[in-house]
Design a protein around this ligand. Structure first.
Ligand code: ATP
Length: 251
């Protein structure tokens, strides 16, 4: 059964169709990757699924619920969490506090501004702190528990973002280019971490340019080209698809 279903989705910016008449489903407990050249519409798709944009046409269904016009903080409570292509870390907080922020997405949004002004409130919540520490260990960042976020290496911050997204206890985790800017050792760590998260039963949607990573871990791959579905299938099917080879893999 599909956890997420996209039906006839389009997003138009001015005259540009960033997403065009796109339909597909994501089965629960799978790693579903989205690939395509720069400008193919991958991040726009994530922004539509997470409520940053509303569709021009079409529907997004989480199980049977239409989430097309739901605000991002509400979607987080419904179980949709994400990381970002460009890191969205609070640099003036500690690593642990950044992860704790993820848990507080479950709070009423009216409390969030106050919480941001008074990080002491976050620090005082023992259960939240323990869970955040557990997640930092899960992503391999136990040695950074008390570190200031702005003192951490880039590769560690990419994993910190994943810990923060997991802190909201999502049902669907969207990872936007988790390996971008990482060296081969850090990429291998991210590869292992994504597989570790998947082994908990999490449904993962992955946008990534690193083809070795994508081909190695994906249950299903969707190929976008100019906002449209060019192909979808297993890594093997995508590797051998003549349209993909011609349009994307460059022969
Ligand atoms: P990349 O791999 O470079 O991140 P992408 O596949 O994520 O690319 P998008 O960023 O989704 O592609 O962009 C798809 C198209 O939509 C591009 O032509 C882009 O210029 C356009 N676009 C995206 N966001 C906006 C916006 N807010 N306003 C206008 N055009 C936009």
């Amino acid at each position: 059964m599909s956890l997420l279903r996209i039906e006839g989705l389009s997003k138009v910016f001015g005259g540009i169709h960033a997403i065009k008449d796109l339909s597909f489903g994501i089965r629960e407990g799978t790693i579903h990757s989205v690939i395509g050249p720069n400008g193919a519409g991958k991040t726009t798709l994530f922004n539509l699924i997470t409520g940053v944009y509303t569709p021009t046409v079409g529907r997004i269904l989480l199980e049977e619920r239409d989430i097309s016009a739901i605000a991002p903080f509400r979607l987080a409570r419904l179980g949709v969490s994400r990381t970002f292509q460009n890191l969205q870390i609070c640099q003036n907080m500690s690593a642990l506090e950044n992860v704790m922020m993820g848990r507080h997405l479950h709070l009423d949004s009216r409390f969030l501004p106050a919480m941001l002004r008074l990080p002491g409130i976050v620090r005082g919540d023992r259960a939240c702190r323990d869970k955040a520490a557990e997640l930092m260990a899960f992503v391999g960042l136990e040695s950074y528990l008390d570190a200031d976020a702005d003192s951490m290496p880039y590769g560690a911050l990419k994993r910190l973002e994943i810990a923060r997204a997991l802190a909201a206890e999502p049902r669907l985790l969207l990872l936007d280019e988790p390996a971008a800017g990482l060296n081969p050792r850090e990429t291998a760590q991210i590869d292992q971490l994504i597989q570790k998260v998947a082994s908990t039963g999490m449904t993962i949607m992955l946008v990534e340019h690193d083809m070795k990573l994508v081909m190695g871990i994906s249950d299903h791959i969707l190929v976008l080209d100019y906002g449209k579905k060019l192909a979808e299938g297993t890594a093997e099917e995508i590797r051998n698809n003549p349209d993909v080879i011609a349009a994307y893999l460059g022969g």
